[in-house]
Design a protein around this ligand. Structure first.
Ligand code: NDP
Length: 413
């Protein structure tokens, strides 16, 4: 796009994964942007931080510090965004995101490790494959600071580099990636048809409609939100879902971490090591789910505490956390506490709300048998699937298993 017609300014911090995603997207589109680091010492950093506060206030009517804050001026029209999706930016910037064909052997929804692995396998076998991704190629793996346990990378690899490598590999085999583009519906070939009768599936996005023989749902999952009275007002101000992004604000401060799984324990260790003076992990049951190794690490660390049987009841404060009440299930008492901030890691919720004709469990995870969903010709792999183990390497493995199941299906239908 002719960049002289557009001015884009991104305000954020170097450790913020959403800021990296936004800059990467603009870079891929060859759009020049100004980068304003809110951490930069001196007046420039202060001015950038003030811009973030003002933008958040304009959008949410409260003084939050969610980043990135993005200012776009296009043909004289100014628009501000906070944590915009790539799709929102693309829409405002008028960037064309059209696929080359209208029919594919397989449409894969989601460009994380599961989707891209399946795409590589199928394209390598000569099938026409379209991958549709609403946000960033790489999925959750992209926003992970470092993948340390994916075999083949003895020194570990950054999530962003990993995503780039898999994308390059997929494109080498001719996989087409449509991004950012949101899938709205997956349906049968005609309104009254069943998946059993229909030979084709229809995939509708915000701007195009495709037919295909098979669909792979590989949409992954997102962090589950803590919903208690008061949580809405404080989201992004003193309630956070990303330690790497927001930990910086808690240098030498006291924080609560909610959750008893591996994420809560791993992120707590990171927050304590890099920033916080005290970290208290609140586990609602009588024991955490986190692995014994992580529990041991936390136990041995000075300044870290685990409170079991402890559940957040309410959060108080408007533009700053003033107080939190916690119910201790063993005593039945509700006590008041005054941490500086709260980080929440209470599991994942699958990105499957658009699936209307496929059996999901009560949490929204896709029910499968050997990667096949309840609808003929529609498969699922990775973190959105019921029973998946939520690991990048496992998602990649499921992607290959799904590709083999799809290949088998295509050979018979
Ligand atoms: P998990 O589902 O494993 O754990 C979620 C935790 O949050 C549980 O302790 C759960 O409590 C608690 N919880 C859920 N809802 C609430 C609520 N409303 N209030 C308070 N607590 C709540 O999620 P994770 O994000 O930790 O992990 C997801 C997956 O990713 C897992 O499979 C995990 O093993 C994996 N993972 C692996 C890592 C690694 O191998 N290095 C690192 C991080 C994650 P309860 O037990 O009561 O339900």
């Amino acid at each position: 796009m002719p960049t002289e017609d557009v001015i884009v300014n991104v305000y954020g911090a170097n450790w913020c994964s959403d800021c990296r995603r936004t800059k990467k997207y603009l870079g891929e589109q060859r759009i020049h942007y100004g980068w304003f680091d809110i951490e930069r010492p001196g007046p420039e950093g202060e001015k950038a931080l003030q811009f973030v506060y003002d933008t958040n206030e304009e959008i949410f009517s409260t003084k939050k510090r969610k980043i990135p804050a993005v200012e776009v001026i296009k043909e004289g029209e100014r628009k501000i965004f906070v944590e915009p999706s790539n799709f929102e930016l693309a829409n405002f910037l008028g960037l064309a995101t059209k696929a080359k064909k209208s029919f594919y052997h397989t449409i894969i929804i989601g460009a994380g490790p599961a989707g891209l692995t399946a795409a590589i396998y199928l394209a390598r076998d000569g099938y026409d494959v379209l991958v549709i991704e609403q946000s960033t190629v790489g999925g959750q793996a992209f926003i992970t600071n470092k993948l340390d346990n994916f075999p083949g990378f003895p020194e570990g690899i950054s999530g962003a580099q990993f995503a780039e490598n898999v994308k390059t590999q997929a494109e080498r085999f001719g996989v087409e990636i449509l991004s950012p583009q949101k899938v709205l519906e997956v349906s049968t070939c005609h309104q009254d048809g069943s998946f059993e009768e229909c030979q084709f599936r229809v995939v509708k996005t915000e701007s195009q409609e495709f037919t295909c023989s098979t669909v792979l749902i590989a949409t992954g999952s997102n962090y589950r939100q803590l919903v208690v009275p008061g949580s809405d007002a404080l989201l992004g101000v003193t309630i956070h879902y990303c330690a790497t992004c927001d930990g910086f604000f808690y240098k030498n401060k006291k924080i609560f971490v909610v959750g008893g799984g591996n994420s809560a324990f791993e992120e707590s260790l990171f927050l304590k090591e890099k920033f916080a003076k005290e970290v208290t992990i609140l586990v609602r049951k009588d024991k955490p789910r986190a692995s014994p190794v992580l529990q041991e690490k936390v136990k041995d660390r000075e300044g870290m505490d685990v409170w079991v049987n402890s559940e957040v009841v309410e959060l108080f404060g408007e533009d700053k956390l003033e107080k939190v009440t916690v119910k201790h299930h063993d005593t039945g008492k509700v006590e008041e506490y005054y941490p500086d901030g709260i980080f929440v890691f209470i599991g994942l919720s699958p990105n499957t709300v658009f699936l209307k004709h496929i059996t999901l469990d009560s949490q929204g995870f896709v029910v499968t048998t050997n990667q096949q969903t309840s609808a003929k010709g529609i498969f699922a792999a990775g973190d959105c699937r019921l029973g998946s183990v939520k690991q990048a390497v496992a998602a990649a493995g499921e992607g290959s298993a799904a590709a083999i199941a799809i290949r088998e299906y295509l050979s018979k239908n």
